[in-house]
Write a protein that binds this ligand. Structure first.
Ligand code: 6PG
Length: 250
């Protein structure tokens, strides 16, 4: 896995850099195919990025009518729930830019019907995305990382880590005592670009474990992120998150 690592002084500079890269990737995709199909990450880190993209400094640079929004994972809560990844993106970005509603694809994750919901989202991806090796191909998967090395909802010790047939699957996360729906490794591996946005000193340890080991070629793949089998991953970090990386790893 080729890691392309860029480190920025603070979280604002990081969000600015990722906003610029997001806009660049959107333009490249629109030039190539007429559209930009992007899977947004959840959690708290991307909120600043989403808010920036809606700002007058950035928003006019995006051909919003050609943008198609998906989610890399979702919690099994209503779309208006405080924990919903869709709600965060809606409030920070989607309510402020002119993307046609038909091009915004939330994940409906009903805990009482979770497998069918996962299969339904797989259908949404199949119907809207080009496929490569029988998996839906995103132009960009925007990813975060947890301090246990998960991304999307590919959590350590869960069965979804071994899912190589389905593009979207349900996963019960014991420590969170909750169901989630997530894209699977094959989708991350086939995406045109995978970009990790990581901020804050709380992520310094996991980044050191993952990126340092990749550099040193240590074989253990203890963390889900290390199991993404693809040529290249772009890492956008702030100095706090990168604080435990050696000079060589930067
Ligand atoms: C989610 C995410 C998840 C997230 C990491 C980091 O639904 O929680 O998709 O993979 O990216 O947990 O979350 P933070 O940005 O909140 O640290």
């Amino acid at each position: 896995m080729g890691n392309i690592i860029q480190i920025f002084q603070n979280s604002d500079a990081l969000a600015d850099a990722v906003a610029k890269r997001w806009i660049e990737l959107a333009e490249l995709s629109i030039e190539r195919s007429g559209a930009f199909h992007v899977a947004l990450s959840g959690g708290s880190t991307p909120k600043r990025l989403f808010q920036l993209l809606a700002q007058p400094e950035y928003s006019p640079k995006v051909q919003w009518p050609k943008i198609h929004i998906y989610f890399g994972d979702e919690r099994a809560v209503p779309l208006d729930h405080a924990d919903s990844n869709y709600r965060m993106a809606k409030e920070a970005l989607l309510d402020h830019v002119p993307i046609p509603a038909s091009q915004i694809h939330p994940v409906y994750a009903d805990p009482d019907n979770i497998q069918e919901c996962a299969d339904q989202y797989a259908q949404v991806l199949k119907q809207n995305l080009a496929s490569e090796n029988n998996f839906p191909q995103f132009d960009l998967c925007l990813q975060g990382i947890g301090n246990d090395g998960h991304t999307a909802s590919l959590f350590p010790g869960t069965g979804i880590l071994n899912e190589r047939q389905r593009s979207v699957a349900e996963v019960y996360v014991e420590k969170l005592e909750s169901w989630r729906i997530s894209i699977t490794f094959p989708v991350l591996e086939i995406a045109r670009t995978v970009l990790f946005l990581v901020s804050g000193d709380g992520k310094a340890d996991i980044l050191q474990k993952i990126l340092q080991k990749a550099l040193e070629g240590e074989g253990d793949v203890a963390f889900p992120v290390q199991r993404i089998d693809r040529k290249e991953i772009e890492w956008f970090l702030d100095a706090a998150a990168a604080s435990k990386l050696s000079k060589e790893a930067r």
